[in-house]
Structure formats: structure tokens, C-alpha cells
Ligand binder design. Structure first.
Ligand code: F6P
Length: 368
């Protein structure tokens, strides 16, 4: 988390145009590349960039610092975010938007570049409706934002998950176990499917395509009876059994369920082990059947971004900087094919990008 700073107007640059920037929500490999792109592009046009600390919280409390070119030099190689992040929800405070307007005015900032997921960009869009200049940059390892083919961070997270599943394959085989691997993915199963398919998972469970417990255990049993005594099940944290009971967990400032508290992998793992041990078809061997849960958790978000995310973040940052310089506020930047494009923010935040049936059906060919 960034330190709190006393903010002073930069007297030397009093007559320059100025913009604020913040990173909100869960951190994501590639954030620093975006910050660098915005600062570089703005500096080229003689603009100053103020980095708010810890997302919207810094913008509410007027905490942050002026970003220099030397500070952002080479930071695309680093994970995390040099200006910190938080899940502060401006709209929860009735005076939130007004406070942001006052802070922008005090710092002589003409607007804010908000780098975030649906919550952070949702706030940006609400502020825009109240007359604040905003540019959105889509960010989430979950890859579930519309108007961009990919979000940076997703590729890095999927590779981390894939490498973990590769390793779990060998230990699962060695012990003839079923391992249930939980990936991040609050509403969608992009990481689980990408990593699971790449690492030869026996089954991938995602929120978009719920299954019954019976469908899951049937696959494990089928594998066992044909001699494959190990199974790797990859599950996205937002998955719910078609016939399961809802598990109660807490929520964050945006009302999102704290899914990690749900212990989904453990829950499924216990259920599968119990069902297999009591399966008469398995004969005497049934008593030895074992299942293990593995939660990949925040490891998926940590560390350095891969090349793709460094470059995507850089390109999005440069484009966001270009929009700022041109005063083209109210847009979100994104990737369409191999082009970096701008879309109206309102449109961008209105629909969630889910895994489509064609992709899931194709992957299902390997669920056996
Ligand atoms: O930012 C998205 C995400 O990584 C989700 O995949 C996950 O559910 C959530 O953040 C976890 O949030 P936190 O780090 O606040 O526990």
C-alpha cells in the first residue's frame, strides 16, 4: 500500500495541463505498464500526471504524488502497482462525487484516468454522469470486461495457474488421488478454462455452465473404473453446483462475495471423496480413495507480468494518454483484434464478458 502524502500544487508547472491517475480493485500484473504509458504520453504533450494513492480512496482523501518520468522508467517489468490499490467505493458516501470534484479542483486536474475492473470503472462512469472527465482502462485477471478482447493480467494469471496444474498432475498420479484446484474468477471461468485446458485437466467447472454433483462424480468414477485412478478438476471460485446449497460468505465494499471464504475446493473435494468411498462399483479399493483441495488464490495475481501483459498494458496506457491529451473523455480503451480502440465507457461497463458456449463445448471434448 502507498504511504499517505501531503499534497502540494506543483508551482513550477502551474500553467501546465494536469491529469490524475489511479488503480482500483484487485491488483493485476500489467498495471505499472499502463501507468508508464499514460505518464510518457502525457509528458510528450507537456502534461503533468498526479498518481492518487490506493485507488478511489486516494482521490477522496487527496492523497498521492506527482509522477515523474524517472519514476516510471522500466516499471512495466514489475507486478503490483506503484500507486497502490483499494476497493473503496466512492458512491457509498453521499458526498463522494462532490469530494472528488473538490479534490480535482484543488489539484487543478482536468480529470482522472481510472484503471480498474467493473467496480472501479462503474464508479468512473457514475462520476462521468456527474460531469467529471474520466478515461477508463480495463483491468482484471478475470478477463470478464466487455469492449476489449483481453484484459491485461489474465494471460499472466492463466500461465501461473497452468504451471501449478502441471505440477499437480504428477502428484495426483503418484498418489492415485483426485485434486480439486480452485482458480480465481468471481463471475466467469476464463482463467480456469484457459489454464485447465492447457494443463490437461480432466474437468473444468465454471460459473457460466453449472453442473450437478452427480455429473462431476460420474466423471471421476468413469475414470477410476477404466484405470485412470487420478483426476484433476479445475474449478473457478464463482462456480455453483446446479443442485447445491448456497454457501453464505461476506461481501466487500461493492457487495461482491468474498469467495475465497467459501472454501469451494475443500467442499467439493470432501463431497467427492465421500461419494467415491461409498461407491459399491469401486469394490474394496473404494476405502483408499482420496481427494485433496488446492486453492491457488492470490498467487495468480502476484509477481511480474508476462510479455503479452507488459505490452498490452503499455499500449492501453499510451492510448489512454492520447485520449487525455485530445480531451476525448468518457471513453474506455480496449483491444479489438490487434488494434487498440476507444469505446464509450457507458457501453463498456454495461455487459459482462462471459465464456461462450462454443469455447466451453470445444474444451469439453477433453473432459473425460
Ligand atoms: O480482481 C479480481 C479478483 O482477483 C477476483 O478474481 C477475486 O475474486 C477477487 O479479486 C479477490 O479479491 P480480494 O483480493 O479483495 O480478496
Amino acid at each position: 500500500m502507498c504511504e499517505e502524502n501531503e499534497i502540494l500544487i506543483n508551482e513550477e508547472t502551474e500553467n501546465m495541463r494536469k491529469i490524475g491517475i489511479l488503480t482500483g480493485g484487485g491488483d493485476c500484473p500489467g498495471l505499472n505498464a499502463v501507468i508508464r504509458g499514460v505518464v510518457e504520453k502525457c509528458a510528450e504533450a507537456g502534461m503533468e500526471v498526479f498518481g492518487f494513492h490506493n485507488g478511489w480512496r486516494g482521490a477522496m482523501l487527496a492523497q498521492g504524488h506527482w509522477l515523474t518520468l524517472s519514476e516510471v522508467e522500466g516499471i512495466q517489468t514489475m507486478g503490483g502497482t506503484i500507486i497502490g490499490s483499494s476497493r473503496t467505493n466512492v458512491m457509498k458516501d453521499p458526498k463522494g462525487p462532490e469530494t472528488i470534484i473538490e479534490v480535482l479542483r484543488a489539484l487543478d486536474l482536468e480529470g482522472v484516468v481510472a484503471i480498474g475492473g467493473d467496480d472501479t470503472l462503474g464508479v468512473a462512469n457514475e462520476l462521468r454522469k456527474r460531469g467529471i472527465n474520466v478515461i477508463g482502462v480495463p483491468k482484471t485477471i478475470d478477463n470478464d470486461l466487455s469492449c476489449t478482447d483481453y484484459t491485461f493480467g489474465f494471460e499472466t494469471a492463466s500461465n501461473i495457474a497452468m504451471e501449478a496444474i502441471d505440477r499437480l498432475q504428477t502428484t495426483a498420479k503418484a498418489h492415485s488421488r483426485c485434486i480439486v484446484v480452485e482458480c480465481m474468477g468471481r463471475h466467469t471461468g476464463w482463467i480456469a478454462l484457459q489454464a485447465g485446458l492447457a494443463a490437461n485437466a480432466s474437468l473444468v467447472l465454471i460459473p457460466e455452465f453449472p453442473k450437478t454433483f452427480d455429473e462431476i462424480v460420474s466423471l471421476v468414477r468413469r475414470r477410476y473404473l477404466r484405470g485412470d485412478h487420478y483426476t484433476i478438476i479445475v474449478v473457478a471460485e464463482g462456480f455453483e453446483l446446479k443442485d447445491g446449497e448456497e454457501i453464505d460468505v461476506g461481501t466487500d465494499a461493492f457487495g461482491n462475495k468474498l469467495l475465497i471464504q467459501k472454501n469451494l475446493a475443500k467442499h467439493l473435494s470432501d463431497m467427492i471423496e465421500a461419494a467415491m468411498r461409498n461407491d459399491p462399483l469401486l469394490g474394496n479399493d473404494a476405502q483408499y480413495f482420496e481427494c485433496r483441495p488446492v486453492v491457488l488464490g492470490h498467487v495468480q495475481r502476484g509477481g511480474a507480468p508476462c510479455a503479452f501483459d507488459r505490452v498490452l498494458g503499455t499500449r492501453l496506457g499510451i492510448k489512454a494518454g492520447e485520449l487525455v491529451v485530445n480531451g476525448a473523455y468518457g471513453n474506455m480503451v480496449g483491444m479489438a483484434g490487434n488494434q487498440i480502440v476507444a469505446t464509450d465507457l457507458d457501453r463498456a461497463v454495461s455487459i459482462r464478458k462471459e465464456v461462450d458456449k462454443e469455447f466451453y463445448d470445444a474444451a469439453s471434448l477433453y473432459f473425460k
